[in-house]
Design a protein around this ligand. Structure first.
Ligand SMILES: Cc1cc2nc3c(=O)[nH]c(=O)nc-3n(C[C@H](O)[C@H](O)[C@H](O)COP(=O)(O)OP(=O)(O)OC[C@H]3O[C@@H](n4cnc5c(N)ncnc54)[C@H](O)[C@@H]3O)c2cc1C
Length: 648
C-alpha cells in the first residue's frame, strides 16, 4: 500500500534548470543548505567552510558573504535538477545526530541538547502533526458524547482548540462575540496592521506556510488565513458567532459550568459545559484613555481596534493619540494621505532595525518553500530559534551593572542600545529636536520591541507630521489642547491607546467554587498555574492567560499550541479516569506564582525606568508576561501531572 508523502518533503516538480536557478536567487541560503542535506543525504553541504556566522532574528543570510551565497546557489542548481530527474524521491528521516548537527549549523552555535526535542518536534521530519489528538478511540464513544466543552472566543487559540477537540471526538461549541474568526486579526483593521513576528513562524505548526505573500504579512491575509483554516477543519459548524459569553457559573452538584450567552439582538441562553476553555485573548478589550472633553469632539473618533470601514482620511487633519505598537504601524501608512498628522506620544519606543519588515516573499522563495524538502521548516527554525527565549538571560537585569541613566541593564544591553540609538539618529539627520523626542529613556526591550525598516522614522521627518510629547490637557469639539495650552485642530481622532492587558476574561463574570468571583480573586494581580488553570475554578482553562504573553519575540500561536496541548491532556485525564472535575492544588499554584514573581521581577520589563507599560499593573507589577524560555514551557505543557491537581 502506498504511504502518504510527508507534506514537508517537497512537492514534486518538473521545472527546468533556469527556473530552479532563478528561484535560488531568492532563497535563504542556510535553509537551502539544510534542504540539500535532506535531498542528497550528504551532510557535506553543512560541513564545509561556508556556514552561518550569526543567528539573529530577521537576518536570513546569517552573515554569509555575497560570494559564499553565490557559490552555494550555483552548486545547488545541478543537484536539485538531478533530484527532479529522479522524480523528487522522498528523503530519509534524518538520524537524531544529523538533526542536531543541522540545528547547530543553522543556529551558528551548538544547540543545547535539552532543547533539541522541541525544535525537532516542530521540524516535522516524520510528517506528523505532533499535537494532533490520537487518543480518541481510547475513550468510549458514549463517554465522549456525554461530554461538552464550551470554548469562549474564536481567535487563533479558540480555533485551535476546536481543531483538537474535533480530533478527540469531543462535542464542543465555540462562542464568539463577533461575526467571524481571527480575534486580533479580525478586530485590528487599521491601516498598516501587520504581524511583527515572522509569518512563517506566526502560523500553525501543522499547516503549510508556503502561501504568505510577505515575510511579515498584513492583517487581511491573516484574517483570510484563519477563515480558511476554520473551514478546512469545519470548525465553523461548531461556532456560534455574534454571541457573547456574559457569565459562567460553576455548579458543584453537577460538576458543570452554566455558561450564559447573549446574542447581538439581545436574546439570552444558557449552555451547560463540563469544561470551559477561555480563548478570549489578552489584547482584546480596547483601553480608551480618560481625557477631559473626549465626548465633545465633533468628528470621527475611535480606538485603533475599531477602525471604521470606508473611513476616508484624504485631506484631513488627524490627531493620533498613542504611538505604541499599533500607532507605530498606523502613522507611516496614513501620513501621505492626510493633510496633517499630529502624533501624541507619551513614551518613545525602541525599535529593532528590520529590512524584511515590509518585504514581499519573492516568487523564488515561495517556489523553494513548496518544492525543496524541509526548506520551509528550516526557514521557520531560523525565525523560531533566536526568538525562543533561549537568550532570556539577556533580558535579566545584571545586579552588578551600573548605568547612572538607567538606560541599560547589562553590558550586552548597553551594546544593543548603541546599535538602536545609531538607527534612530541616522534616520533623523538634521533634526536634533526629533532625535531628542524619539530617544527612549529606558533600556532596550523593556517595552515591546517594535520592528522598523525606517518607515516610522521617515514618517516623523515628513513636513506634514508633528510628533508631540507634551501631555494632553483636553479634547475640544475640533481639536486637542496640550498641557502647555497649545491648541491643534483635528478632523479625526485615532486612539491608539492599547488594551486592558491585565484584566483577564474582562468583562465576563466568572463564578467558581463556593461562589468565588474570578475578578475578585484576580484583583490587579491575576495568576494561574502555568497561566492556564486557576484554584477555585475547576475545569476552567485559560489560553493566553495571566503571565503568558511573550515579550522576547516568539509566536503566540506556538504558545497556544503548548497550552491547547495541556488542556487536551487535562480533558484526557478526566475522561480516562472517570473523574468529573479538576483544579490545581493551591500549593502548586502558589509555588508557581512565587517563582514566577521572583523571575519576572529580575527582568528588564519590570525595570523601574519604565513608567508606562501595558505589561504592568497600576502598582508597576507584572502579571502579564512570561519569563520562561519557550522550550521550558513546551516541556511543562506536554502533559498534565495529575499529582498537581485536586479531582472530584
Ligand atoms: C494589534 C496587535 C498586533 C499583534 N501582533 C502580534 C504579533 O506580531 N505576534 C504575536 O505573537 N502576537 C501578536 N499580537 C498578540 C495577539 O493577540 C496574539 O498573537 C493572538 O492573536 C491571540 O489569539 P487569541 O485567540 O488568544 O486571542 P484573540 O485573537 O484576542 O481572540 C479572542 C477572541 O475572543 C473573542 N471574545 C472575547 N471575549 C468574548 C466573550 N465574552 N464572548 C465571546 N467571545 C469573546 C473575541 O471577539 C476574539 O475573537 C498582537 C496583538 C494585537 C492587538
Amino acid at each position: 500500500m502506498a504511504t502518504e508523502r510527508n507534506p514537508h518533503a517537497g512537492l514534486p516538480f518538473s521545472d527546468d534548470d533556469a527556473t530552479i536557478a532563478a528561484a535560488l536567487e531568492d532563497v535563504c541560503v542556510p535553509a537551502l543548505m539544510c534542504s540539500m542535506v535532506h535531498m542528497t543525504g550528504d551532510p557535506s553541504w553543512i560541513r564545509g567552510e561556508i556556514r552561518p556566522r550569526v543567528a539573529i532574528l530577521n537576518n536570513y543570510e546569517s552573515g554569509l558573504t555575497a560570494e559564499e551565497l553565490a557559490e552555494i546557489r550555483s552548486h545547488a542548481v545541478p543537484v536539485i535538477a538531478q533530484w527532479r530527474d529522479a522524480g523528487c524521491p522522498e528523503p530519509q528521516v534524518p538520524s537524531p545526530e544529523l538533526v542536531k548537527e543541522l540545528m547547530d549549523f543553522m543556529a551558528a552555535a551548538p544547540v543545547n541538547p535539552a532543547v533539541v526535542p522541541m525544535f525537532a518536534d516542530d521540524l516535522h521530519f516524520d510528517g506528523a502533526d505532533s499535537g494532533a489528538i490520537t487518543w480518541k478511540d481510547e475513550i468510549r464513544a458514549d463517554v465522549r458524547n456525554a461530554f461538552h466543552v464550551v470554548v469562549i472566543g474564536c481567535g487563533e487559540s479558540g480555533l485551535l482548540t476546536g481543531i483538537r477537540l474535533d480530533q478527540a471526538g469531543i462535542p464542543y461549541t465555540i462562542i464568539e462575540k463577533t461575526d467571524g474568526p481571527g480575534g486580533t486579526w479580525r478586530d485590528n483593521r487599521y491601516p498598516g496592521a501587520r504581524v511583527d513576528i515572522g509569518s512563517h513562524f506566526y502560523c500553525y505548526s501543522f499547516e503549510p506556510s508556503d502561501h504568505w505573500s510577505e515575510y511579515f504579512c498584513r492583517q487581511p491575509e491573516l484574517r483570510a488565513y484563519f477563515e480558511r483554516v476554520m473551514r478546512k477543519y469545519r470548525v465553523d459548524e461548531k461556532c456560534r458567532f455574534n454571541t457573547e459569553v456574559t457569565q459562567a457559573t460553576w455548579n458543584e452538584a453537577t460538576a458543570t459550568w452554566s455558561v450564559e450567552v447573549r446574542t447581538l439582538d439581545g436574546r439570552t441562553d444558557v449552555i451547560e459545559a463540563n469544561v470551559v476553555v477561555s480563548g478570549t485573548g489578552a489584547l482584546n478589550a480596547p483601553r480608551m484613555p480618560d481625557i477631559a472633553g473626549m465626548e465633545e469632539f465633533n468628528g470621527p473618533s475611535f480606538h485603533s481596534a475599531r477602525w471604521p470601514d470606508g473611513l476616508d482620511l484624504a485631506g484631513k487633519r488627524v490627531a493620533q493619540i498613542g504611538a505604541g505598537a499599533s500607532g507605530f504601524q498606523i502613522s507611516p501608512t496614513i501620513a501621505d494621505e492626510v493633510a496633517h498628522l499630529d502624533i501624541y506620544q507619551r513614551t518613545a519606543q525602541w525599535m529593532f532595525p528590520n529590512m524584511n519588515y515590509h518585504r514581499e516573499v519573492p516568487e523564488g522563495d515561495v517556489w523553494a518553500m513548496r518544492h525543496l524538502p524541509f526548506y520551509a521548516r528550516w526557514f521557520r527554525f531560523l525565525m523560531f530559534y533566536p526568538a525562543s527565549g533561549l537568550s532570556i538571560e539577556g533580558s535579566r537585569v545584571d545586579p552588578t551593572w551600573h548605568d547612572p541613566e538607567g538606560r541599560s541593564i547589562s553590558q550586552a544591553s548597553f551594546e544593543r542600545r548603541t546599535i538602536f540609538e545609531n538607527w534612530i539618529t541616522s534616520h533623523l539627520e538634521g533634526r536634533p529636536d526629533l532625535v531628542e523626542k524619539s530617544m527612549p529613556h529606558y533600556p532596550p526591550s523593556a517595552k515591546r520591541m517594535l520592528q522598523d525598516n525606517g518607515s516610522w522614522l521617515k514618517c516623523l521627518m515628513k513636513p506634514n507630521v508633528e510628533l508631540i510629547k507634551t501631555g494632553i490637557e483636553r479634547v475640544t469639539a475640533d481639536g486637542v489642547v496640550t498641557d502647555d495650552g497649545e491648541f491643534r485642530a483635528a478632523d479625526v481622532i485615532i486612539y491608539a491607546t492599547g488594551f486592558r492587558h491585565n484584566d483577564y476574561l474582562f468583562p465576563m463574570t466568572i463564578i467558581g467554587r463556593d461562589g468565588i468571583n474570578l475578578r475578585e480573586q484576580f484583583g490587579d494581580e491575576p495568576t494561574a498555574y502555568l497561566g492556564i488553570s486557576i484554584p477555585n475554578f475547576p475545569n476552567l482553562f485559560c489560553l493566553y492567560g495571566p503571565g503568558t504573553n511573550l515579550a522576547h519575540g516568539a509566536s503566540l500561536i506556538f504558545q497556544s499550541e503548548c497550552q491547547v496541548n495541556y488542556v487536551m491532556s487535562a480533558i484526557h485525564e478526566l475522561l480516562s479516569t472517570g473523574r468529573r472535575a479538576m483544579e490545581p492544588k493551591l500549593e502548586v499554584h502558589d509555588k508557581y506564582v512565587e517563582i514566577y514573581e521572583s523571575e519576572i521581577n529580575q527582568m528588564v520589563w519590570a525595570h523601574p525606568t519604565v513608567k508606562h507599560s501595558h505589561f504592568k499593573n497600576k502598582d508597576g507589577k507584572i502579571y502579564t508576561l512570561s519569563p520562561w524560555p519557550i522550550p521550558d514551557y513546551w516541556e511543562w505543557t506536554r502533559k498534565v501531572n495529575a499529582d498537581e491537581y485536586d479531582f472530584v
